[in-house]
Design a protein around this ligand. Structure first.
Ligand SMILES: *[C@@H]1O[C@H](CO)[C@@H](O)[C@H](O)[C@H]1NC(C)=O
Ligand SMILES: *[C@@H]1O[C@H](CO)[C@@H](O)[C@H](O)[C@H]1NC(C)=O
Ligand SMILES: *[C@@H]1O[C@H](CO)[C@@H](O)[C@H](O)[C@H]1NC(C)=O
Ligand SMILES: *[C@@H]1O[C@H](CO)[C@@H](O)[C@H](O)[C@H]1NC(C)=O
Ligand SMILES: *[C@@H]1O[C@H](CO)[C@@H](O)[C@H](O)[C@H]1NC(C)=O
Ligand SMILES: *[C@@H]1O[C@H](CO)[C@@H](O)[C@H](O)[C@H]1NC(C)=O
Ligand SMILES: *[C@@H]1O[C@H](CO)[C@@H](O)[C@H](O)[C@H]1NC(C)=O
Ligand SMILES: *[C@@H]1O[C@H](CO)[C@@H](O)[C@H](O)[C@H]1NC(C)=O
Ligand SMILES: *[C@@H]1O[C@H](CO)[C@@H](O)[C@H](O)[C@H]1NC(C)=O
Ligand SMILES: *[C@@H]1O[C@H](CO)[C@@H](O)[C@H](O)[C@H]1NC(C)=O
Ligand SMILES: *[C@@H]1O[C@H](CO)[C@@H](O)[C@H](O)[C@H]1NC(C)=O
Length: 772
């Protein structure tokens, strides 16, 4: 599936996960991480060696058409071993720069009989799929040629260890080449490479995203070295500057080093930088001074253990695959975003800087330049920032700048609608009607801008900026302008879905436009353009049906528009049961849990079990779509933990964890939060909460706020086989800007509903986000 999201759900997990520090673990979570989940069938994950948020990501690159994460288990051969990767992205692959490739020897000891170009050397890249070893901080594959490639990584440096088969008869001279290419053959003119005659150090750079490398070797004595262009190599030339070439496919070119024997492995240390060759070399020298592979691997594993061990579970007899599913999901949320601190070519402030080319950009003083390069829809970095702000994340973040940035998103029309801020903002602000017909996506933009403004309003409120808060609360209501109450929806065969009332496009002259509510849904086979194409429609990579639920801040009014909670639930069921939504794409995530808002938390639990493990298992094809930098991973992890965030709000929706209990230790406070199931049933027949206590007191709300984690509270859920009345009263529902109506109201419920509305308008004090 295409990669995108209404709202960066993975980030919410990152905000939580980065806030987790170290604590002793009861079980070793590392043994439950399976990096190969999603390495087949379009998961596009990066399964290789890296540290949490590491820039260096070493893995074997296959020639697969689905090699966005470098490596795949789909039978395609390896064309190189490279050290920069993304994880789980769709579209054309990025990175994979400067691959190495090892030969135990060249035929007849003649370098020109080794295959240098990527296309031909893949003929030597067959490997046994069953002998791939992947564990946190480590990746290993053995080529059919007998060469074993093991790799590990530090922040900006990958360390490869190539072990060659013993030669029979004449001494063989292993050769390692490194070429100026990347996964998508995007190199521009004037790539350069140099090899140092004495040490064999290979340095160079090329313009893809502009990256620099510095490769040093350790092991057998150096026999000779030089450069290659296309399929010819020479030891007489040490420096090369190469053009892109004229035919679209970059001219193969790079350097090689040959070694005197196969007696000891060759260690290749690839230092990386986005700043300069010098920095690439100094990164390598500083991070891996002595080429000690085992020590480096141990450090990488320790870094992972430190990140994963704050989350511990008591499995309660569940299948081990569920534990793997859980920890592998958490693991993937920390493969990306990548920590590019100190490696940003545009500015160097020493402030934290993260980028995965996808969702992420936590916070830095340069937010206004980097934070909204998310080409998908609204300025959803706002949601990430607000999420962090409400949850009291302060480390390294200047919130005055953060606030300026979100306000800029809300106020300044960007030059480039496709990648910055909010396109079409001027018509959002200044017209009396809120739809705008140019440049596509008017419906999804309107919905997303509404939510973006709501999260800004929450920030304004906490900053005691009443004027801004009122202003953005008002515009957060704009989604209502596109609701057409007599709009119906028919399947392609003409059969009516039986639902009335959908969003619809509106023209500048105020009249309604047309878009089939099922267009761009999972069951739409019309071939319509649904993404960023100029010919695309008014919803981005999703249908009006699915966007129909995207009002994360005002489910009360939405439920009322949809005819009350029972009708809302019927519509939500229809969305899932008729396959209108697809769980392999992010807009589906929150809809799994939105039953909570209709007072039916039991149905959220049932729906979560409907999707996990059916659509998320521990096989290489176990992901239903691109992992999108850990988005699928975060869905699995949050769902199985039993606390699903509504990102941008201080709200986690409660279902029973998939394990008997889960502990989460918070690093800053050192306190441990626990969710514990009583009557836990590992066959998952008893998945309905009958009653709950929080720190020993009865708890009936079907959601909880972030203080649960920071203050280390204990939530005990008593389970049963049938839906109960727990969490169903209006007073127990998650916050909503508009009131909940149409419920079987109790007096206290009615009062609570009014309070929720009032509090959201007056102070958002629901649960009390606290800043420290
Ligand atoms: C060893 O090298 C010699 C001389 O180059 C060659 O004639 C012979 O075939 C080689 N033997 C093997 C097993 O490669
Ligand atoms: C490549 O180098 C040549 C010669 O120095 C220069 O004229 C040209 O502008 C360079 N091209 C790029 C894309 O930098
Ligand atoms: C080759 O490149 C190295 C490192 O960049 C440089 O020191 C050396 O002068 C270059 N040699 C030639 C002949 O250009
Ligand atoms: C979870 O925390 C509780 C209370 O601190 C503790 O008793 C229990 O042993 C912990 N369980 C695990 C699996 O860490
Ligand atoms: C990001 O990298 C910087 C610089 O190397 C480091 O100081 C910081 O701790 C890293 N942050 C995380 C979350 O790994
Ligand atoms: C974000 O987009 C702007 C304008 O298109 C560009 O100048 C900037 O380099 C981009 N930043 C990143 C981190 O991609
Ligand atoms: C907002 O006002 C409250 C109450 O006066 C105060 O406690 C809080 O510190 C203020 N917040 C900010 C960010 O100034
Ligand atoms: C409104 O604008 C649309 C699109 O330009 C046009 O098709 C429609 O006829 C207009 N309606 C009125 C009443 O002007
Ligand atoms: C929905 O898709 C699943 C396969 O993922 C299929 O088994 C099921 O029959 C479909 N349901 C409908 C109503 O088309
Ligand atoms: C619970 O559900 C089961 C199966 O759906 C049903 O047979 C049973 O009567 C229910 N029990 C109660 C107490 O409602
Ligand atoms: C309201 O109560 C009636 C009768 O008990 C029940 O059938 C209906 O499902 C309830 N509706 C909601 C939304 O709880």
């Amino acid at each position: 599936m295409p990669s995108f999201g209404l709202c960066p759900r993975s980030i919410a997990f990152i905000v939580l996960a980065t806030a987790l520090g170290s604590d002793a673990a009861a079980i070793d979570p590392l043994s439950y991480v399976d990096q190969l989940i999603g390495s087949r069938n379009g998961g596009n994950i990066f399964p290789g060696a890296t540290i949490p948020y590491g820039m260096a990501k070493a893995v074997a690159d296959t020639t697969s058409g689905s090699n966005q994460g470098g490596f795949t288990l789909d039978g395609t051969p390896i064309s190189g071993f490279s050290a920069l990767h993304d994880s789980g992205t769709g579209g054309s692959p990025s990175l994979g720069n400067f691959p190495l490739f090892p030969y135990a020897s060249c035929p007849g000891d003649d370098i020109n009989r080794c295959d240098f170009p990527k296309k031909t050397r893949a003929n030597h890249g067959q490997f046994d799929q069953n002998k791939v070893v992947a564990r946190p901080g480590y990746f290993e594959v053995t080529l059919n040629s007998g060469v074993k490639a093991a790799m590990t990584a530090s922040k900006h440096t990958a360390l490869f260890q190539f072990t060659f088969p013993a030669s029979d008869g004449n001494t063989s001279h292993p050769l390692i080449l490194q070429d100026l290419t990347d996964l998508s053959d995007s190199r521009q003119d004037n790539g350069t490479v140099s090899v140092d005659e004495k040490t064999g150090r290979i340095t160079g750079s090329a313009r893809f995203h502009v990256a620099y490398f510095c490769t040093d070797f350790s092991g057998p004595e150096i026999l000779d070295n030089g450069i290659f262009v296309n399929s010819r190599a020479t030891a007489d030339v040490k420096n090369l500057t190469i053009s892109r070439s004229i035919n679209g496919y970059p001219l193969p070119g790079g350097a090689f080093v040959r070694f005197a024997s196969t007696d000891t492995p060759v260690l290749a240390r690839v230092g990386l930088s986005f700043i300069s060759t010098e920095q690439a070399c100094s990164n390598g020298e500083a991070e891996v001074p002595d080429f000690k592979f085992d020590e480096l691997e141990q450090a990488a594993a320790d870094a992972w253990r430190q990140k994963l061990s704050p989350i511990t579970i008591t499995p309660g007899g569940v299948d081990e695959d569920q534990i793997k599913n859980f920890y592998s999901g958490i693991y993937r949320t920390m493969v990306n975003p990548q920590n590019y601190t100190g490696e940003n070519p545009v500015f160097d402030t020493g402030e934290p800087y993260f980028d995965s080319f996808y969702w992420s950009n936590l916070a830095s003083p340069c937010l206004d330049t980097v934070q909204t390069n998310s080409s998908q829809g609204g300025s959803n970095a706002d949601v990430v920032l607000a999420d962090g702000y409400l949850k009291g994340i302060t480390a390294g973040i200047d919130w005055d700048v953060g606030y300026e940035a979100v306000v800029k998103d809300a106020e300044v029309e960007p030059f480039d609608w496709s990648s910055n801020g909010r396109g079409g903002l001027d018509s959002w602000k200044h017209l009396d009607w809120r739809g705008f017909g140019t440049m596509t996506r008017s419906i999804s933009r309107t919905l997303e801008y509404s939510y973006n403004d709501f999260v800004i309003a929450q920030m304004s409120q906490l900053r005691n900026n009443t004027a801004d808060s009122e202003k953005y609360l008002q515009s957060s209501d704009n989604w209502k302008n596109l609701y057409k109450e007599d709009q119906t929806s028919k399947f392609a065969n003409g059969q009516d879905t039986g639902f009335k009332g959908f969003y619809a496009p509106k023209y500048l002259n105020g009249t309604w436009g047309e878009q089939d509510p099922l267009l761009c849904s999972n069951i739409d086979n019309s071939g319509a353009a649904c993404s960023l194409q100029n010919t695309a429609h008014e919803t981005f990579e999703s249908s009006i049906w699915e966007y129909g639920f995207f009002v994360p801040h005002n489910q009360g009014d939405l439920i009322t528009l949809y005819g009350g909670p029972a009708e809302y639930v019927r519509r939500l069921d229809f969305l899932h049961d008729q396959n209108i939504t697809y769980i392999g794409n992010e807009p589906a995530f929150l809809t799994v849990f939105q039953y909570h808002y209709a007072g039916r938390p039991a149905l959220s639990a049932r729906r979560a079990h409907f999707y996990i493990p059916r659509f998320f298992d521990t096989t290489p094809e176990g992901l239903p779509g691109n992992d999108d930098s850990g988005a699928m991973g975060s869905f699995v992890a949050f769902s199985m933990m039993g606390l699903f965030p509504n990102p941008g709000q201080n709200v986690y929706l409660i279902i029973p964890p998939f394990f008997e209990s889960v502990n989460i230790t918070h690093p800053q406070t050192g306190k441990t939060a626990t969710v514990r199931n009583v009557n836990f049933d590992p066959s998952y027949e008893s998945i309905y909460i009958q009653s709950a206590t929080l720190n020993g007191e009865p708890y009936t709300k079907n959601w909880i706020d972030h203080s649960f984690f920071t203050e280390g509270k204990e939530l005990v859920l008593t389970l049963g086989r049938n839906e109960s009345s727990w969490g169903t009263d209006i007073k127990d529902l998650p916050p909503s800007l508009g009131e909940y109506t149409g419920f079987n109201e109790t007096t206290s419920g009615r009062r609570a509903a009014r309070n929720i509305g009032t509090k959201y308008k007056a102070g958002f004090s629901q649960g009390g986000p606290r800043l420290n």
